[in-house]
Design a protein around this ligand. Structure first.
Ligand SMILES: *[C@@H]1O[C@H](CO)[C@@H](O)[C@H](O)[C@H]1NC(C)=O
Ligand SMILES: *[C@@H]1O[C@H](CO)[C@@H](O)[C@H](O)[C@H]1NC(C)=O
Ligand SMILES: *[C@@H]1O[C@H](CO)[C@@H](O)[C@H](O)[C@H]1NC(C)=O
Length: 384
């Protein structure tokens, strides 16, 4: 911990040099921070680091986590941070093995700044849990990062490698910028990674995710509920693409004003997918997919369904309880992107449940035409 005395010493030195200037300067108002015990930068490391950081979170304005080794079954818990705390990850952060629900990392607060220092990475070493079953059985796998109840906050430059299962859960947030985050679970492609969602977003507003790189084995982004969510300048590889939903059957079933822009989805099962659960109620309105490049898509280039029931296109009749309105799909570049066994565009809407769409410059080819689209708005088309 940097002690208050050295901070004072710096302040006095500055004051002295200012006073020594011959030209009159405005009076220096003593920084009230000096009286604030929180005006300290605290560094925590190794195996005690997680517990000490949790215990001391109220007394540090900056928390530096340097090569912290989190013991098994423990959350690196920074969920009680005072306003305007900065959290910096340095070196390699590790977690010991245990089968439990997690989360392994939890951060909440207002005006919080979270940063990865150059070369820092968060290494939960998820391969120890991977068994191909994800959250459907096998080993109990801890979720990785609960970014919950963050307001006016930012998370910048975090590199996360190999999460046991879902990576980042964003919930109850209002005003959260996530910039240049990499979630690299690419080893899971061959080592049994499953349900390793990149970002799961619920009940949040004003979330902006920019420049994310996600290599995983489930949704790159899944917005289950929320308003004013933007994902831009991202790359998604290996997973299930850019998703809304599934919507329905939760406590919050409203998705409003979500933008996916200037992004690329490659080597994935789906490119773009909107899943509304059959028979449930809710709202999906104002979703935009713009300037999306698709490449090597095995299942569906674009899949919009109102008959989701845990699996895609289950054969049930699309229902109308979760209308999809004001949907914009434009400038989608996926010429030859869908593999021959996949479908280019599938739209399965309930009667009157899809309206006010904009559909422009959507080129998705390479796969098959789906023969059973239903209630397709006239501007859109299910064939290339
Ligand atoms: C989030 O980014 C927007 C610009 O996209 C900016 O106006 C806002 O101040 C940022 N908020 C935080 C907490 O960094
Ligand atoms: C989904 O629907 C299909 C076809 O109707 C049915 O076989 C399957 O059991 C349903 N799944 C769930 C989870 O309800
Ligand atoms: C369709 O869009 C127009 C213009 O944005 C809007 O006024 C109208 O309420 C919308 N209708 C529906 C059913 O969403």
């Amino acid at each position: 911990m940097v002690n208050v005395f050295s901070t004072c010493a710096v302040f006095l030195a500055l004051t002295t040099s200012v006073i020594a200037k011959p030209v009159a300067e405005p009076a220096i108002t003593p920084a009230p921070k000096l009286l604030d015990k929180r005006a300290t930068s605290c560094t925590f490391s190794e195996s005690n680091g997680a517990s000490s950081a949790s215990e001391s979170q109220k007394s540090c304005s900056t928390i530096i986590l340097s090569n912290v080794a989190v013991p098994s079954g423990q959350t690196l818990d920074l969920s009680d941070l005072p306003d305007h705390t900065t959290v910096v990850f340095e070196g390699e952060t590790t977690w010991s093995y245990q089968e439990w629900d997690g989360p392994l990392l939890q951060i909440s607060g207002n005006g919080i700044t979270v940063e990865g220092a150059s070369g820092a990475y968060l290494n939960p070493d998820g391969a120890r849990w991977w068994d191909g079953k994800g959250s459907n059985g096998g080993k109990k796998k801890p979720k990785f990062f609960s970014a919950h109840d963050l307001t006016s906050s930012s998370i910048t430059n975090l590199l996360i490698q190999n999460t046991p299962v879902q990576a980042v859960s964003i919930n109850g947030c209002n005003g959260l910028n996530i910039t240049d985050m990499t979630i690299d679970n690419s080893a899971g492609d061959t080592e049994g990674g499953h349900n390793t969602d990149g970002f799961d977003i619920g009940s949040s507003t004003n979330v902006v995710i920019t420049g994310a790189n996600v290599y995983n084995q489930d949704d790159c982004v899944a917005v289950n509920s929320g308003t004013d969510i933007t994902f831009s300048g991202g790359v998604c590889s290996g997973g299930h693409g850019l998703s809304i939903g599934s919507v329905g059957g939760r406590s919050d079933n409203t998705v409003e004003t979500v933008k996916f822009e200037n992004s690329e989805v490659k080597n994935s099962v789906n490119g773009i997918r909107i899943k509304a659960t059959e028979g449930d109620t809710g709202t999906i309105t104002g979703v935009t997919y713009s300037q999306i490049i698709l490449q090597d898509i095995s299942g569906y280039g674009i899949l919009i369904e109102q008959n989701y029931n845990g699996s895609d296109l289950n054969g049930g009749t699309p229902s109308s309880g979760i209308p999809i309105t004001e949907l914009t799909v434009e400038h989608i570049s996926g010429s030859g992107a869908v593999e021959s066994g996949g479908y280019n565009v599938v739209i399965a809407c309930g009667k009157g449940a899809c309206s006010n769409w904009t559909w422009e410059d959507v080129v998705v080819t390479g796969g098959k035409d789906y023969g059973s689209c239903s209630n397709v708005p006239s501007v859109a088309s299910c064939s290339a």
